[in-house]
Structure formats: C-alpha cells, structure tokens
Design a protein around this ligand. Structure first.
Ligand code: NI
Length: 264
C-alpha cells in the first residue's frame, strides 16, 4: 500500500481527467493521497476531494509562500474554518521560498508564523515548502514552532539540513528528484535517514520521476519514488511502501485502514 503524501490533484492541470487520474492511482496501488492547498481556492477544492473520496483522499489547508502576498486576516479565518472539517489532516502547503521570491520575504515569514500558530491551535501537522530558505525556516521553527509537528516536503537538502529537520522532530518526504541521475547527495540522505521519519510523495503535477521527467506528474508515479528509495536502502519495495505508509498514518493520524475501492 502506497501513500502519496503530496499530490495537488485539485489543480487545473487535472481539469480534463481528474477522476481518471485518481482512479488510475488507486488501481496501481496508491491506497491514499494527501492533497495540499496552495491558496484558499485550492484548499477548498482539496477539501471537496477529501469529501468525495473519504478515507482515500485527505486535504491540507494552507497558503503557499508564493501566494501569501494575497493573504488577509479574512483568509486566515477562512482557512481556520476549512481546517476544522472532516478529512482535513494538515496545514499546508506553507513555508518559505527565497528562490522565486514571489511574495516579499517578510510577508512570507509573517504568514508562516500565523499558519504555524493555526496548526498548533488545531493540533494539525504542517507540510513545509523550503527553497533556498533553509536557515530562516529552521530559525523560525525553533522560535515559533514549539509543539508543532510536520514534514519537510520534497526534501532536496544535504545531510546537515536533514539533521536540522530531524532534530526539530520533522519527517523528510522524498519526491521525483530522488530518481534523477547525479542526485548523489540526496540519495545518501535518503539511504541514511531514520526509517521512522521517511515519507514519499509525487508533488503532482510537478517533478515527475524518471522516466517521466518533464511530463505532467501523477500520484500513481509515487511507486517509482518508492522503488528508488527501496533500492537506495537495500530493502524490498513492499517494505518501503509499508514503512512509509505507516509513517504517513502516524504523522497525519490517518484512520487505521483505507476502505475498499468504490466504497464510500
Ligand atoms: Ni506542493
């Protein structure tokens, strides 16, 4: 059983074939997926999918650092209301992005602090985006993240950065880039990370793993991330699937077992 812990299947890239993409993932062994919002609209759409596929799709509610420049106090209040709904298992996707800098950095930090506080209030884990912003993110979590748990999504760092995340109690989630050739440092981190802190994801529709690199990514491709992680750790892929599914259930407090396909 595979769990794709990060798949934006609610976005427009899946507008023409979303039910088929979801069905293909379930048919290919993806038992569950977590769908993070990037703004209010996509958070609502994530919740709608969680409502349509109970026990199989779970939602995360959040505003991505790219979009926090549009956030208002009303946005945060609306997120709080959405996050109380059944099927919501996390606050995300939230974080910092100093690579594209689509929102001012001080706005990014303020919005992250507010959303971390929301996660603490609601006792939900956070799904973190972190690009060229590692030092600030870690400092911010140390200062404002007490009592909050979560995951560094699409982890791309080195062992020192991984240790920062692990020391704070966070999980590391590996995505398509793990399968790219020459990603030696990332492969070493994935082989070394503690077994009880690793997750897998696709970040669909982005970052498709080999051999689909450059194409639209889909949740069923999480099997390729699992296969690479299994190879790096010298374990059968079934064992990696079981370990990462168990970790996802623990972090996101998912119900014990997924209902059979077609069951509502
Ligand atoms: Ni994402």
């Amino acid at each position: 059983m595979l769990v794709d812990t990060h798949a934006h299947v609610q976005v427009h890239q899946f507008g023409s074939d979303r039910p088929a993409v979801i069905a293909a993932a379930f048919a290919d062994g993806v038992a569950r997926m977590i769908v993070p919002g990037i703004d209010l609209e996509t958070s609502r759409a994530a919740l709608a999918l969680a409502t349509a596929y109970p026990g199989r799709i779970f939602a995360a509610i959040g505003t991505h650092p790219h979009d926090v420049k549009t956030m208002t106090p009303e946005t945060l209040a609306a997120q709080r209301e959405l996050a109380n709904a059944p099927g919501v298992v996390a606050i995300g996707e939230i974080g910092l992005d100093y690579y594209r800098d689509l929102s001012p950095r001080d706005t990014q930090r303020e919005a992250l602090i507010a959303q971390v506080a929301l996660a603490r209030d609601l006792d939900l884990p956070i799904i973190l985006h972190n690009r060229e912003s590692h030092e600030d993110l870690v400092a911010l979590l140390r200062a404002h993240g007490a009592g909050v748990r979560g995951v560094f999504h699409c982890f791309l760092g080195d062992q020192r950065m991984a240790r920062d995340a692990l020391d704070l109690g966070y999980f590391l989630s590996f995505a398509g880039p793990l399968t790219f050739p020459r990603n030696v440092v990332l492969g070493e981190v994935a082989a070394w990370a503690p077994a009880d802190r690793i997750l897998i994801e696709t970040d669909s529709p982005y970052l498709a793993p080999q051999p689909f690199r450059g194409k639209r990514n889909e949740p069923r491709h999480v099997a390729l991330v699992a296969r690479k992680l299994a190879e790096l750790r010298g374990l059968p892929v079934e064992e990696i699937a079981a370990i990462t599914a168990r970790n996802a259930a623990a972090l996101f407090r998912l119900p014990a077992s997924a209902p059979a396909i077609g069951q509502r």
